[in-house]
Design a protein around this ligand. Structure first.
Ligand code: FAD
Ligand code: MLT
Ligand code: ZN
Length: 457
């Protein structure tokens, strides 16, 4: 049987843009964690905004659902197709000239963060958002999820970086584009509408991003505290004392031990492995500036009540060793099994109470589970990772997400809602907010073709 959809897409885009081979599709059908699996009808890889528009027009004519996919590093199952067409952006990789005066650059949505970093670095500039998935995560995916990352405490999340955007609606209409002027702000801020929309409102094809200077000097510390409450109080004092604070990352004892082992390192504080106390809370703290901040960071740490131990470095290899521990945690957990990843946030003052309540709640929902907690502490953003429950057993997800709401927190901080949390979204917003979101979605995509099942069950 000749598939008319495939035939029409080949006619519109050319054969090399359309993938129907099941083996080639397999890598696009499962998320990074392996928890969310689906099936693609086929995939298209358009190489220009015109081709994206043409592909969407054909899919709309066939009333076929479309799932935009960038690097497929998302952690909430948002890019997994359920009998839909995958629109892969990985050919939309153009990198415009860096505007050094405005500190901006226009890039294709499929460009990886790493590619944009390298491109901007030649002008002494950098994108302000950084993530461990930088080698694969794309600018379009980062805007669509409103990614946060390790410097969000200083520079905000992805939505704060986008100065202009070009995108294609479900019916193939092209919107946005940018004159390239930093002051081009006519009316509705389209980047804000699309940031965090998770592929449900439009396919982002290009973005104009704000850039920041590459700081020549960085000092990095790993500091251990007796408990999380002391670590939170310490972070508060560090924010006051260090104007160049660039990262405050949290690792509980289990995450620290796992990250260190993954990085081929022993206990970073030089104790035998068993010496990492269960309650010990570690912070990876970094300052970045034009001048050296090593002494300032050391002095600020030295004044902290509750500090058990700290190591402070500013040389490249030393800093990389510390970051390898933090950035290795995600892969180390994934190597142990398929995790339930619960990215949540509570106001920092409530973090310790939430984590204290977490252990019994997880134990009730999943008695044999292993839990790792880490994240971006200065923003109250924790990643609760639970290993043990089967991928489709969502009792632990339900228990943790309800707990976070009881603590006045958010069920999604930086990874998005995707499919993973769609069923809990109604608990986190008012009926009026749900209605506003549905109305915007219906206005831009009346047939509900873009990423159905994401952001709404
Ligand atoms: P995908 O996974 O391909 O897609 C994600 C969502 O965006 C989907 O809903 C998809 O439909 C939509 N989408 C993708 N491209 C487009 C487009 N062009 N137009 C419209 N919609 C689109 N996230 C953080 O926030 N902070 C972190 O610190 C962080 N660290 C990570 C570390 C590791 C090791 C890994 C594996 C992931 C990490 N993530 C982090 C999660 C992930 O990298 C981010 O969510 C990233 O923004 C996803 O980008 P992507 O290109 O892979 O998107
Ligand atoms: C992180 O902060 O390391 C990322 O958000 C990835 C994760 O949550 O595993
Ligand atoms: Zn994170």
């Amino acid at each position: 049987v000749i598939d008319q959809l495939a035939t029409d897409l080949v006619a519109a885009l050319g054969e090399d843009r359309v993938i129907t081979d099941r083996g080639a599709l397999a890598g696009l059908e499962t998320d990074w964690t392996g928890r969310f699996r689906g099936r693609a009808r086929l995939a298209v890889r358009p190489a220009s905004v015109g081709e994206v528009a043409a592909a969407l027009r054909v899919c709309a004519a066939h009333r076929v659902a479309v799932v935009p996919q960038g690097g497929n590093t998302g952690l909430v199952g948002g890019a997994v197709p359920l009998d839909a067409v995958v629109l892969s952006t990985t050919r939309l990789t153009d990198l415009g000239a860096v505007d050094e005066l405005a500190g901006e650059v226009t890039v294709g949505a499929g460009a990886t963060l790493e590619a944009v970093r390298r491109h901007a670095a030649a002008a002494g500039l950098a994108p302000a958002v950084d993530l461990a998935s930088r080698g694969s995560a794309t600018i379009g995916g980062m805007i669509a999820t409103d990614a946060g990352g390790i410097h969000a405490l200083r520079h905000g999340s992805m939505r704060h970086q986008v100065r202009g955007i070009e995108a294609v609606l479900a019916d193939g209409t092209i919107v946005g584009g940018s004159t390239g002027l930093a002051t081009d702000r006519p009316g509705l801020h389209l980047p804000s509408v699309l940031a965090g929309s998770e592929g449900t409102l439009a396919v982002i094809t290009r973005a104009r991003l704000r850039l920041i200077p590459v700081w020549p000097e960085r000092a990095t510390a790993l500091a251990a505290f007796g408990d999380l409450a002391s670590a939170v109080a310490a972070a508060r004092r560090l924010r006051d004392r260090l104007p160049d604070l660039d990262a405050v990352e949290y690792l509980d004892a289990a995450a620290l031990a796992l990250g260190a082992a993954r990085a081929g390192q022993g206990d970073p504080f030089g104790r035998p492995a068993a010496g990492v106390g269960r309650g010990v809370a570690s912070l990876l703290v970094e300052t970045a500036a034009r001048r050296s901040t090593l002494e300032e960071l050391g002095a600020a740490l030295g004044s902290l009540p509750g500090l058990l131990d700290a190591t402070v470095v500013d040389d490249g290899p030393g800093r990389r060793r510390l970051w390898a521990i933090r950035e290795g945690v995600t892969e180390a957990i994934a190597a142990l099994g398929v995790p339930h990843k619960l990215d949540v946030a509570v106001p920092p003052a409530g973090l310790a109470a939430f984590v204290a309540a977490l252990e019994p709640v997880v134990a009730r929902a999943a008695p044999d589970a292993r839990t790792f907690v880490f994240g971006h502490l200065a923003l109250g953003n924790l990643h609760v990772n639970v290993l043990g429950p089967a991928p489709d057993d969502d009792r632990v997800d339900d228990a943790v997400l309800r707990l976070i709401l009881e603590h006045g927190g958010s069920i999604a901080a930086e990874h998005g809602i995707g499919r993973a949390k769609a069923r809990w979204l109604a608990l986190a917003e008012t009926p009026a907010e749900t209605a506003v979101r549905a109305a915007i979605r219906a206005a831009l995509d009346p047939h509900g073709l873009l990423n159905p099942g994401v952001l709404a069950p």
